[in-house]
Design a protein around this ligand. Structure first.
Ligand code: ADP
Length: 623
């Protein structure tokens, strides 16, 4: 407010003076105007008029001026009265307009005396005091308003009276339960001598404007706080983004480094690393080793994705193709196959694939490793051939060994045949001999002959070299037949034999001749171990049982001398032996035989002494 008042005069200085404010004769005071009129009349009558008369007619007698002067004076008085009446009327009109204006304005306007009593108050002031105007006049604020408000108003009055300057301030009061804000301006009222005789004032109810200002202030504060919040959020988001970008850059660097390491790895390993898309016949990546192993260019594989399949040996192709199709569903692939290189060379490949899943767990790629196992395969073939040869040789040497003992075994049935035949002949030579008595001895002759034939047949089978021919095999029957071969040795060693064979044992899938050989080696070792032990008991137990749904288990348990931990570590090594005349081949050949039949052979030391040899064989799938 004060600033606004300060600016107003300056604005007036710049403006040209309006025409209405310029001086006009009618603005002169009536008395001044009347006096001027009288002086002008008197000047005319007393000075100008005699001079004119004398100049026009020197002989003429000078007119008497006093009546005219009196008339002029009276005229001047009349003029004064008229002008005074007109001015009074104009002032009254102006006062009326001013009073009407003061009454009509919505602001409170007032004039107080030095005792702060209201000498003039407009209708708005009376409404504020909630009293008729007549009750307000000649009373001070204490009589009209609540004490707190009245004291503040009186304090302002004191300041105006003491300072003699304009005072403008805002108040917020509670009036009739309403909180209202006023902008009040007060200034001293002075008399013609400049003495302060009272206070003039005007008070404007700015409650609505204040509320609007407060609302807009609150809205502005709210807006500012929201802007601050939003700025903070944006700043946080920005920081987060910066962090994410930094992390992403780090991740990208790490990824690039990892890719570089991966590239170095895949490009330098001898295995072929490949990545295949699911549902699309396309190799996404294949390492350079492909060219070395397959002997074909990588770009050819990208141009013709099934190039690798075409390079597979015709005998393996159908199987690998089927596995390749299955791989597209399961993601898994594990095949050994041969490839034919463009130069005609054949290579063995061991190819394994595993699924790569996305975040949802769906397989979307297959990665794999193809290894050139040609050398291993050749070595395995070589070993297999050697093992077969070894087995054959071992069987031969065994057969030679057995031949001498079997000769002894054969002696017995042959001797029995001779004896029974001689008895028959003796009976036949007797007169009146009943031929029916010959039936018994002749049956024995037949039995003994059959037994001898059986022994010989088995011997032939043992020494016969023939490839493994797997078939459904009754393991219990096989063990019984091998025990039969070893009867002589068992008897000579004074061994007690226990057969604990599970009669519900299912058939196994194996080559009977080879398994016989393995069982025979293990039995012989057990008999020799029992022979080396002094004193009783000399017990050999052979057990069979079902190991699990897919396998059966056979155990040869002896109470022989057993073996040390050191010996145990070498038991299955070829040519390892602790016997003076041993070859050290029996167990290694036996293990090869059993493993060739998809079984396992192992040994364990018995807690009570002696050793146990166990072997498992697969159950025949049709069982
Ligand atoms: P060898 O014909 O020389 O005995 P093997 O391979 O049959 O060759 O056996 C190797 C070694 O394993 C034997 O020399 C022996 O020390 C040990 N061995 C095999 N079976 C038994 C057993 N039942 N008890 C104790 N030691 C055994």
């Amino acid at each position: 407010m004060v600033g606004a008042q300060d600016r107003k005069p300056r604005a007036r200085e710049r403006d040209p003076e309006p025409a209405a404010n310029r001086w006009r004769p009618s603005q002169l005071h009536p008395a001044t105007l009347s006096l001027l009129f009288v002086l002008a009349g008197l000047l005319w009558v007393l000075c100008v008029d005699p001079l004119l008369a004398r100049w026009l007619d020197a002989a003429a007698q000078a007119p008497k001026p006093w009546p005219s002067a009196l008339a002029i004076t009276l005229g001047g008085m009349l003029l004064y009265w008229l002008l005074q009446a007109r001015a009074t009327s104009a002032r009254q009109t102006q006062d009326l307009r001013l009073a009407e204006f003061i009454e009509q304005i919505t602001d409170v306007a007032f004039i107080k005396d030095r005792q702060s009593r209201y000498r003039l108050l407009n209708a708005a002031g009376a409404r504020l005091a909630c009293r008729p105007l007549a009750e307000c006049l000649n009373r001070d604020d204490l009589a009209l308003f609540p004490p707190e408000m009245a004291h503040r108003l009186l304090e302002e009055d004191r300041q105006v009276l003491a300072g003699g300057a304009l005072l403008s301030c805002e108040h917020t009061f509670v009036l009739q339960g309403d909180t209202r804000t006023f902008l009040s301006t007060k200034w001293p009222c002075r008399n013609a001598g400049g003495q302060i005789i009272g206070i003039l004032g005007i008070a404007r109810d700015i409650t609505a404007r204040k509320q609007v200002e407060e609302r807009s202030e609150r809205a502005r504060a709210d807006l500012e706080s929201r802007v601050r919040e939003r700025t903070a959020q944006l700043s946080a988001i920005n920081q987060d983004l910066e962090r994410q970008i930094a992390a992403r850059i780090q991740a990208e660097i790490a990824l690039r480094e990892s890719e570089e390491r991966f590239r170095q790895l895949t490009e330098h390993i001898q295995e072929v690393f490949w990545v295949h898309g699911i549902g699309e016949e396309r190799t996404l990546y294949i390492s350079p080793a492909y060219e070395a192993v397959w002997g074909r260019p990588i770009h050819g594989l990208h141009e013709r994705p099934l190039d690798w399949l075409e390079s597979i040996h015709p005998d393996d192709r159908a199987r690998v193709q089927a596995a390749h199709v299955a791989k597209q569903c399961s993601g898994h692939f594990d095949e050994e196959y041969r490839i034919v290189r463009p130069d005609g060379a054949i290579r063995w490949i061991w190819d394994r694939g595993f699924p790569i899943r996305d975040d949802a767990g769906h397989v979307y790629r297959i990665a794999g490793l193809a290894e050139d196992i040609t050398r291993r395969k050749l070595a395995e073939d070589q070993l297999r051939r050697q093992q077969v040869e070894l087995a054959r040789m071992a069987r031969l040497s065994l057969a030679v060994e057995l031949a001498s003992s079997l000769a002894h075994e054969l002696n017995q049935p042959l001797a029995a045949i001779v004896a029974y035949t001689q008895a028959c002949l003796a009976l036949l030579r007797q007169d009146h001999a009943d031929p029916r008595v010959l039936t018994g001895p002749l049956d024995e002759v037949v039995n003994q002959g059959m037994r001898a034939g059986e022994i010989i047949r088995h011997l032939r089978e043992l020494v016969q070299k023939h490839p493994a021919a797997q078939s459904a095999l009754d393991l219990n029957a096989l063990i019984r037949s091998v025990v039969h071969y070893a009867q002589l040795e068992l008897r000579q060693a004074g061994v007690v034999l226990n057969l604990e064979l599970d009669e519900s044992l299912p058939a196994v899938l194996a080559d009977d001749i080879q398994i016989q050989l393995a069982v025979l080696y293990v039995l012989r070792n057990a008999i020799e171990a029992l022979n080396e032990k002094h004193g009783d008991p000399r017990v050999l137990t052979v057990r069979t049982a079902r190991m699990d749904p897919e396998r059966v288990l056979a155990t040869v348990h002896d109470t022989g001398r057993g073996f040390s931990q050191e010996v145990e570590a070498h038991l299955f090594q070829p040519f390892f032996t602790t016997k003076p005349g041993g070859m050290g081949l029996g167990l290694s050949v036996s293990r090869s035989i059993v493993e060739a039949q998809n079984g396992q052979l192992w040994a364990s030391a018995n807690p009570e002494g002696g050793a146990s040899f166990h072997f498992s064989l697969p159950v025949h799938p049709d069982t």
